[in-house]
Design a protein around this ligand. Structure first.
Ligand SMILES: O=P(O)(O)OP(=O)(O)OP(=O)(O)OC[C@H]1O[C@@H](n2cnc3c(O)ncnc32)[C@H](O)[C@@H]1O
Ligand SMILES: [Mg+2]
Length: 198
């Protein structure tokens, strides 16, 4: 079994680090890859799985530690699953606010019944850079895209994501609540099972 006290998170996204660390609790300390390098690998894969593995291998290579990567995004039904793996780059790298504005515009005049969407999260854990058997876990979260942003918590597309089971946007959920039911929470639940942490 790998030494999970020294796990590096292959992500430059502070929101992910916060959520994943909260879910893992104190038994595992996640170190950010940002401590080792500020260079972000190019996400050249065609799937969440490929990009998660690519990021995990890269972080393991740079840090010399086992690495966990999270590749995630928003798949919107009306847009045929876009922006999907391109969610972070949807507005050409101009950031969360620009991504959200572009999404609202793409769904302008689309009725509520056709605004379904899923958050997707794939977690990949490699023991070392060339690990031939990465652990892969995925989680989905079904909801709807709102017609205007609402809420201050979370990050990314959270203010636009309506959570039917709670009747609020994902950014209106407390961090603890989001971490119980999100795509990331579901993937992490599976990962903890795989690692024997629960
Ligand atoms: O690749 P790393 O360094 O981990 O950081 P990133 O932000 O680029 O992460 P991704 O490539 O996985 O892109 C994920 C995109 O999906 C969005 N996203 C993922 N999970 C989310 C969540 O829980 N709430 C809101 N938006 C989320 C996020 O804001 C990004 O635009
Ligand atoms: Mg990324």
């Amino acid at each position: 079994m790998m030494n999970l006290k020294q796990l590096v998170l292959a992500s430059h996204n502070a929101g992910k680090l916060k959520e994943l660390q909260a879910m893992l609790g104190e038994s595992v300390q996640l170190r950010s890859i940002g401590e080792f390098s500020s260079v972000e690998p190019e996400e050249t894969g065609l799937s969440f799985v490929e990009n998660a593995i690519l990021k995990a291998r890269n972080a393991a290579r740079i840090s010399g530690l086992p690495a966990l990567a999270d590749d995630s995004g928003l798949a919107v039904d009306f847009l045929g699953g876009a922006p999907g793996i391109y969610s972070a780059r949807y507005a050409d790298g101009k950031g969360d606010a620009a991504n959200n504005a572009k999404l609202l515009d793409a769904l302008k005049d689309v009725p509520e019944a056709e605004r379904g969407a899923q958050f997707v999260c794939v977690l990949a854990l490699v023991r070392h850079a060339d690990d031939p058997l990465p652990i892969l876990c995925e989680g989905l979260w079904h909801g709807r895209i709102l017609t205007a942003a609402s809420g201050e918590h979370g990050f990314g597309y959270d203010p636009l994501f309506w959570v039917p089971e709670r009747n609020v946007s994902s950014a209106e959920l407390s961090p603890a609540d989001k971490n119980q039911i999100s795509h990331r929470a579901r993937a992490m639940d599976l990962l903890r099972q795989r690692l024997g942490l629960k």
